[in-house]
Design a protein around this ligand. Sequence first.
Ligand code: IVH
Length: 705
Amino acid sequence: MSSERGTDSAALDVADLDEGAAARELARLARLLDTANRAYHTDDAPVMSDAEFDALRVRNSEIEAHFPELVRDDSPSQRIGAPPAEGFAKIRHARRMLSLANAFSDDDVADFVDSIRRFLNLGPDAALAFTAEPKIDGLSLSLRYEGGVLVHAATRGDGETGENVTANARTISEIPTRLTGAPDTLEVRGEVYMAHDDFIALNARQAEAGAKTFANPRNAAAGSLRQLDPTITAARPLRFFAYAWGEVSAPLAASQSDAIARLDELGFTTNPRFRRCKTLAEMLENYREIESERASLGYDIDGVVYKLDDLALQERLGLRSTTPRWAIAHKFPAERAWTLLEGIDIQVGRTGALSPVARLRPVTVGGVVVSNATLHNEDYIAGRDSKGEPIREGRDIRVGDWVEVYRAGDVIPKIRDVDLSRRPKDATPYTFPQTCPECGSPAIREPGDSVRRCTGGLVCPAQAGERLKHFVSRAAFDIEGLGAKQVEAFWRDGWIATPRDIFTLEDRFGPGQPRQLRNREGWGEKSAQNLFAAIRDKRFIGLGRFIFALGIRHVGETSAGLLAAHYGDWQSFRTAMAAGDEGELMAINGVGPVMARALLGAFAAEGETIDALAAELEITPAEARASDSPVAGKTLVFTGTLEQMTRAEAKARAEALGARVAGSVSAKTDLLVAGPGAGSKAKKATELGIEVIDEEGWLRLARGG
Ligand code: IVH
């Protein structure tokens, strides 16, 4: 290495360098400083003095200042650079970052294995191997390498788009910035986490400095990675386990276990507690072993992840909307603690649901101080389930009781049990309010619904306010300058009552009006103009976002996206909502009866309000799925027997290629796949002049050839 330090151009004044020499020197400096960094941070064995290190960095910056077009992705100046002006830039993941379905019992794991066998049409005795490894409780990160160089690092975000935390990731010593022998394009995914010792030491340092301490290692890891100033990240002891990958230009291996071994060879840290299991019994045995080692691992884990080992089979199984069918997280039982129930509050949500919240004497559960927990609904408090069957052997919960709290992962803490032996003599059964605590309207429970709801609709401040807040939230309309606080103030003063009113604000409170936004407290000429402009911008909105923004129960971002992809444009979606056909909705992958009913109910009750809103907007059609398959955007029907794949697999495969799969043949059908034994559907398709192909033809399409 010392020979490298003394190359000829190093002696030259920057102004005397030509482009070629500058590029060569920048490459050399990148290598040199990277080695020095590693030696210092990873090996605790510095190879140069601090002064020498600084001098090389200065040299690097000088050359970059002269030749800005030569700044390298792996430049030392990018390692701990200046903080970006505001927030993090966004990065779209080349392949979606997935989450995992959960299993909470051995039976759930057995079901998972069975469902894979069924999907693949394998008998109970056919060999099927899985991997088992700890589920790290940190935050996931995707690292993209091109030509062996780390070009960017992104958090998971919503799975499609994450935050660009490249500068921060470069400060983590377990993340290589260069790889040798890697595929040209390689996205490595894994978990950033903080070890227990490091967490305790960090909190001690923070406390000493009068700075914020962290509730648990996960929060500390997340808070440290998501720092606008990478020098802060650099000072935090973060670590990284690689366990998956995204886009790759050449396959890493043929199996999960070999792919992980390959990542290990490339210089990533992979989890040593990784095993290949040939049977369900072995998977469960590994779970118990990992659970027993949990306390001595030195970092937090919250379960065991099983993945199907054979990558070709993983590919065949494919994905549900956000989770793969070939993997599952077997979670450890939640952590628990006993404490005093000091009171019960009722919160009114966006959909009018009255939710009881337990106010608790603060208690630490699994390292986090808990002072609120959900009590679900009135039946739960009374000791009954939704069918009227006793839960907790019928024990009800009263204010003044000692209750057992638990939390699993990041979710809201819950109450599990109550200790009758410690119940105060004067404790009385809890009476659930029959009127809304916010607006006084009657609160009604529909037959079959476990939840009592305020009937005040938009009259109810909690509902109207919550809905408006949802409407302007990040994943919905996301109007700059119009956050929850502003919406609440406008709503309180009667400036806006429903989402539509946002789009008439300028007409009512703009220039020339008797009352003007710019004269309102906290506003001025400029901010008022900016807000009106931001609102005008959002008159154009994608269909998926629009559906999500409506705040219909059970319709989250993913479901709204599915609906948008299925219907394509607003008019088709609106027509289907008016037609009110629950069956048609349920034929969409990802839509179940509960969501179908909620959608139709919302349009039946509020169709007019929604239409008035839509009339103010330009709702743009859903983006066509990124697929160049000939079946993308087509409607397919399968009939008869398929021999090469199960019906479920065929449907999933078709949807993955961007096609819609319908249950019956109609004028909208583009293609019928008919196996042996096809009957009336094939006949109808022929009558309608629809193309009919056999399974062989389908397989060619499905394989993209
Ligand atoms: S695999 C195939 N393996 O758990 C899907 N995830 O609940 C990619 N996680 O978002 C995930 N340890 O952040 C996988 N050994 C492990 C994991 C792991 C932790 C996290 C990951 C994921 C979340 C899903």
